[in-house]
Structures are given as structure tokens and as C-alpha cells.
Design a binder for this molecule. Structure first.
Ligand code: COI
Length: 357
């Protein structure tokens, strides 16, 4: 399929942010977006790279009522000498289709997904920040657009991609965050959609996040739905614990998101010869390790957050400081090494970088 390009004239383009240290996350978007439609009798059609603009939807569009929506999170990085990179984009394309199958949505051709992302990034390349640590966030999404109020898998979809310059995801920047372990609410349950990137998972997480925020915590650390004991993930990222010399993260059992950065952290730390284990981890093991001093570091990993140290954990009325609330050396090393890989500043033995310019 050929992508129709509808460029915004120079004089109608938006003013770009000048201070890259104040970008924050997800507030500024570029001049263009990618859209493509699907009908079950026709397949995917009308791929267009056109002006960034509001969507027009019938009020009965199924995404508005039954939450048939999925998305992805990726970034484009500006390297040296005008080079531009994507990081493991095929993994996002693959995960988008995993989400699509689970939510009864139309699958995409994975190489076409990457091509659409690439063309959008290149048309808006002037928007890619120049500061290391800042990047162009890419948000591919799919919504059910069929106008019908009966509950059934939709027959019409819109796939779109928007991009915008971002800095750090958390207001804390790379400084340690404080997380709150929710005892009363769960993010996902076995058999649910926890391993998909579905908007509904995030909607279900907001209430606990609001409660955590009221208590001064940035994120919620979720426990498993059955025993309310095993750690799952943080609101928008996967989670890692360095206990003694063992780096632990919960296994992918269907209830947590298979993060691309999670996988990169696992592969990198294994390549360094670290003792890395994917196993269930009881929250009581975490608090005991925090108390006896064997919990060296806790950090979250995600596309938006990269590697984000956790300084404090609140559980059952008690706050535990990790590494005296300071960033630990492992989180710092991972943050720097992942950024170097993403920005083309170090060799890439894993073949993760995709140079698009
Ligand atoms: C990401 O890390 O890209 C995410 O999608 C997490 C969040 C911003 C929803």
C-alpha cells in the first residue's frame, strides 16, 4: 500500500518549543499524523500522512462505549551528524498485534506499521529534540469506529500515529520516585488483558493512582489479583529489584505488560554477567530485604520512563527507603547505557537500533 502524503504548508506549521528542558511528557504534538482505516469487507485502506487534526467520530463509535482501544509507545532519537534512530520498533509492531488479537481488532502488517512510523518521524524530523534524554515520543493507537451500540467485536477501525517531543516522563526527572503498594485495588487478573496495551487497563488503574497521589506517591505498585502478595508492575512501567547480588523482576505470566525496555534491561544485565532472575516476588520479601539492608536498588523500566529509580515504597502503613532514597549505581548505569544505545553513541551488539536517517 502506498502512503498518500498531504504535507502541511510551511506557513501553517506550528511553533516548536524552544526550551527542551521544559518539555515534560505528552503535551506538545507535531504538524502531521498518520491515519489508516479498516473495514472487515475491505481490509486496511486509505493510509494517509496528513495534518495533525481532531478526529471525527459517530457518537456511537464502539471505542467510546466499550473501550475497544489499543496503543503502543515508542520513541525516535536524534544521534550525531543528523542521524535518527528508532529502538526495536518491530517489537512494538508485534505487541500491537498481540493486543489487537486479544481485543478482537484488525491486525496490521508489522513492516507496514514500522514504515508508517518511520515516514511520520521523517516528515516531522525537525521536531526531534537535540538534547540527550529528550526524544520524539511516538504513539500508535487503534480505535473501534463502527457506529453501533450492541456489544460485539467491531468491523471498522481507525489506526493512527501521533508524535511529539518529550523530556522525562515523571516530574522527578531521573530522580527517585516514591511508589505506593495498593492493597485494595488490582490492575489485572489472570485471564484478563493485563499483558495487552489496552486503554482500559490504564482507565482501571486511575483510581488507585489518584489515592497514591493524594498521599504523595508518584505511582502505584500493583500486586497480583489472586493472593494480593506478588509484585506485578508499576503503573506505566515494569519493575526490578536488586536484592543482594540478584536482579529480580516478575515473570511474564499474562497479567503484566511485556515491556520492550524490560526485555532490554534483562538482555543487557545478562550480557554483563549479572545474576538475573525472572521469578515471582512476594511484597513481604521486598519489605524484609528493605529492612535487613539486602534490598540495594529498585527501579522501573519503560519506553516513556526509560529506567526510573524508586527511592521509597509505601506498604501497609509503612514507608521503606531504598538506598537512602537515592539513585543507585545499577539504575544509573542502565539508564546511561540504554540512552547511549538509543542515541547511537555506543556499539549496538544486539542490533536494537534502526537507523532511519
Ligand atoms: C510507554 O512507556 O511508552 C507507555 O506507553 C507508558 C505510558 C506513558 C502509558
Amino acid at each position: 500500500m502506498e502512503i498518500i502524503v498531504n504535507q502541511v504548508p510551511e506557513e501553517k506549521r506550528k511553533v516548536k518549543p524552544t526550551d527542551e528542558s521544559k518539555l515534560g511528557f505528552g503535551k506538545v504534538f507535531t504538524d502531521h499524523m498518520f491515519t489508516m482505516r479498516y473495514r472487515s469487507d475491505k481490509g486496511w485502506y486509505d493510509p494517509v500522512l496528513g495534518p495533525y487534526s481532531p478526529l471525527s467520530l459517530d457518537p456511537t463509535a464502539q471505542c467510546l462505549h466499550y473501550g475497544q482501544e489499543i496503543f503502543e509507545g515508542m520513541k525516535a532519537y536524534r544521534g550525531e551528524n543528523g542521524s535518527i534512530y528508532l529502538f526495536r520498533p518491530a517489537e512494538n509492531a508485534k505487541r500491537m498485534n498481540v493486543s489487537a488479537r486479544r481485543l478482537c481488532m484488525a491486525e496490521l502488517d508489522e513492516s507496514f506499521f514500522v514504515e508508517a512510523v518511520k515516514q511520520l518521524v521523517l516528515i516531522d524530523r525537525d521536531w526531534i529534540p537535540r538534547t540527550k534524554g529528550a526524544s520524539l515520543y511516538i504513539r500508535p493507537a487503534m480505535i473501534a469506529t463502527e457506529a453501533a451500540l450492541g456489544v460485539h467485536p467491531a468491523n471498522e477501525f481507525l489506526f493512527f500515529v501521533i508524535v511529539g517531543p518529550v523530556g522525562a516522563y515523571y516530574p522527578e526527572g531521573f530522580n527517585p520516585t516514591k511508589i505506593y503498594v495498593s492493597e485494595d485495588y488490582v490492575r489485572s487478573a489472570p485471564g484478563g488483558t493485563g499483558d495487552c496495551k489496552a486503554g482500559g487497563n490504564y482507565a482501571a488503574s486511575l483510581y488507585a493512582m489518584q489515592l497514591a497521589g493524594e498521599m504523595g506517591y508518584t505511582q502505584v505498585l500493583w500486586l497480583d489479583a489472586v493472593e494480593r502478595r506478588f509484585v506485578e508492575e508499576v503503573g506505566t512501567s515494569n519493575i526490578f529489584f536488586l536484592i543482594g547480588d540478584e536482579l529480580v523482576t516478575p515473570p511474564l505470566g499474562g497479567t503484566i505488560l511485556p515491556g520492550v525496555t524490560r526485555n532490554s534491561v534483562l538482555e543487557l544485565t545478562r550480557s554483563w554477567g549479572m545474576n538475573v532472575v525472572e521469578r515471582r516476588i512476594d511484597i513481604n520479601e521486598v519489605t524484609e530485604a528493605a529492612t535487613n539492608g539486602s534490598l540495594k536498588e529498585v527501579f522501573a523500566s519503560g519506553t516513556a520512563a526509560v529506567v526510573s529509580p524508586v527511592g521509597h515504597i509505601y506498604y501497609k502503613g509503612k514507608e521503606y527507603a531504598i538506598n537512602d532514597g537515592k539513585t543507585g549505581p545499577l539504575a544509573e548505569k542502565l539508564f546511561n547505557e540504554i540512552l547511549d544505545l538509543q542515541y547511537g553513541l555506543s556499539p549496538d551488539p544486539f542490533g536494537w537500533r534502526v537507523k532511519i536517517a
